[in-house]
Design a protein around this ligand. Sequence first.
Ligand code: NAP
Length: 264
Amino acid sequence: MGDGGIRVCLVTGATGAIGKAIARQIAGRPDTEVVLACRDEKKAGQTVREIVETTGNPRVRYELVDVSRKASVQALAERWRGPLHVLVNGAAVTPRRRQETPEGIELQLATNVLGYLWTIQSLAEHLKRSTPSRVVNVASYWAGDLDLADLEFKRRRYDNNQAYRQSKQADRMLTVAFAERLGPCGVSVNACHPGDVRSALSNNLGFGGHQTPDEGARTPVWLALEPIGHEQSGKYFEQAQAVRCPFAADRESVNELYEACLRY
Ligand SMILES: NC(=O)c1ccc[n+]([C@@H]2O[C@H](COP(=O)([O-])OP(=O)(O)OC[C@H]3O[C@@H](n4cnc5c(N)ncnc54)[C@H](OP(=O)(O)O)[C@@H]3O)[C@@H](O)[C@H]2O)c1
C-alpha cells in the first residue's frame, strides 16, 4: 500500500473498450489511484475526465506511452515516482495487414507480446518496492498458433487472426515466466480471458462480442484487487475460475519464448 493505504494501479489500453471499464471499475473502489497508460493524449484526457466524473475519484491521471516501443516504455518507468501496486496489461492491436513499428518489429508481436514484457520488465523495480504487488495480463481463450521460429510472420503469410492467437498464447506463456522470476520478490503475475466485447480489436478479427465492457472487465479487476490475485501466481483464469493452460505447461517452450522476447 502507498501513502495512506492507497493502491496505485497502472492500466495499459485504458482508452479501449475493456481497458476503460477496468480503469473505471478500479477507480470506483475505495482508496485507489489509477494511472491510464495511453498513446493518444486527447483520448487519454477525455477518458480521465469521464472516469473522474462517473466514479467521483479524483486520483485518476494518464501517462503517455507507446507500448510497442521499448524506449517509450522505459521512459515511463524512469519518470515513475512512488509505489506501483498493480499493473494491468491490456493494450493490443489486430491490424488486418502486416505492419511494423519504426524499429522494424511486426506490430502485433511488438504491442501484444513485447509491450506486455517491456512494461513488466521496466516497472519490475517499482513493483518490487511496493509488495505485495501484482501484474494482470489480459490474454484470451482465443490463443494458439505460436511458431517460435517465425514470431514476426516473415515465413508465414500474415493473417491477423493467426498473429493475434499467437500473441495471446505468448501472453499466457510469459505470465508463467514472469511469475517464476518475480514471485520470490513478492510480485504475483496472472493472466486471464476478459469477456467477449465489441471493440476495434474484435471488429478487426470479425467478432461482434456479446458482453458489455463492464462484464469483460470483471475477471481482470477481480485479479487486480481481490486477495486471489496475491494468493495465486502464474495462473490463467476465465470467468473468475482458474483454468488449466496447456501452453503454460510446456516449460521448455515458455523459456524459449521468454529468451526470444528478451532479444528484442
Ligand atoms: N474484445 C474482446 O472480445 C476480447 C476478448 C479476449 C481478449 N481481449 C483482450 O482485451 C484487451 C483489450 O481489448 P479491447 O477489445 O478492449 O480492445 P480495444 O478497444 O481495441 O482497445 C485496445 C487498447 O490498446 C491501446 N493500444 C494499442 N496499441 C497501443 C500502443 N502501441 N501503445 C499504447 N496503447 C495502445 C488502444 O489505444 P487507442 O485507443 O489509442 O487505439 C486501446 O486503448 C486486449 O489485450 C485483448 O487481446 C479482448
